[in-house]
Design a protein around this ligand. Sequence first.
Ligand SMILES: NC(=O)c1ccc[n+]([C@@H]2O[C@H](COP(=O)([O-])OP(=O)(O)OC[C@H]3O[C@@H](n4cnc5c(N)ncnc54)[C@H](OP(=O)(O)O)[C@@H]3O)[C@@H](O)[C@H]2O)c1
Length: 290
Amino acid sequence: MADETAPPHDLEGKTIVVTGATRGIGSALTHDLLARGAKVYCVVRDAERASALKDEWFRLTHNPECLVVGADLADMGQVRVAAEEIGAKEESLYALVHNAGAWPTTRRETVDGFETTIAVNHLAPFLLTHLLVDRLVAGAPARIVSVSSAVHTRGAIHLDDLQLEKSFSGRAAYCQSKLANVLFVRELAARLADKGVTANAVHPGVVKTDLGREIPRIIRAAVRLFSVSPEDGAAPLVRLVTDPELANVSGKYFHRFEQREPARQALDEDMQRKLWDLSCELLGLAPDAI
Ligand SMILES: NC(=O)c1ccc[n+]([C@@H]2O[C@H](COP(=O)([O-])OP(=O)(O)OC[C@H]3O[C@@H](n4cnc5c(N)ncnc54)[C@H](OP(=O)(O)O)[C@@H]3O)[C@@H](O)[C@H]2O)c1
């Protein structure tokens, strides 16, 4: 008898790249995408953990098409190598999900000299998108999903101090990076408008994961009281990847399943372009490459 609770096989033949598949929302998302028949490239820094999860997902979904690509997203050289590895194997992609995220509470610099939060949460997805966009255009209709957060509303982009060298707080760095996610997809959507590739940002909800591992235990415990499960947090992402009704929706912000107006500062077109240009400058990319 057919299992009526099993997800539909609506991603058969589709290739999807997911970052941060080893924990929380990304792990639940990857399991769901594999269950739907997708081929999934998991870009992860902990390849050992990913390999154990891969075995577990295979046991649960019988889908062997899970490929682990090792990359610490705090290292732009490793992002480039990961993109090369995927690009060498795949001529076209159906979706790219920027899920990996970090919330450090102290200021730490990456090997490239960037502040870690902006590097992992904004610069790495910005670079990975540039390196894989040709594959997505070749796979059009295709989708890019960026996991932002409702806290983007409390963010500000410090164009003159993106690395927060003058004044750092973990909260300011995280909120800045999540605002950057929304500004990025809005500019990206405009640039990809006639290419058949959509780009949207999503707040997954308040989800019981390891994201706040550096936050004081008492605050974490209080937040956990009203948090949803990783599967529940992944569901809005699954929808953005799969829902046929969203095929032509681009440049939007979703608060879980509901399309909402993002914060006023995310609608600032001048800032969208300035952040784009600054990100290109930091990463050595041409500003009009997309
Ligand atoms: N949880 C929430 O309530 C919430 C709310 C709004 C938005 N979000 C967003 O949801 C996304 C997923 O977060 P989560 O809640 O599922 O957190 P999580 O449980 O901490 O998972 C984060 C994932 O990102 C990966 N990651 C972190 N830094 C990395 C790096 N330098 N290189 C490669 N991978 C890295 C982690 O890999 P490791 O396994 O190696 O650590 C892990 O797989 C994030 O973008 C977050 O900002 C979460």
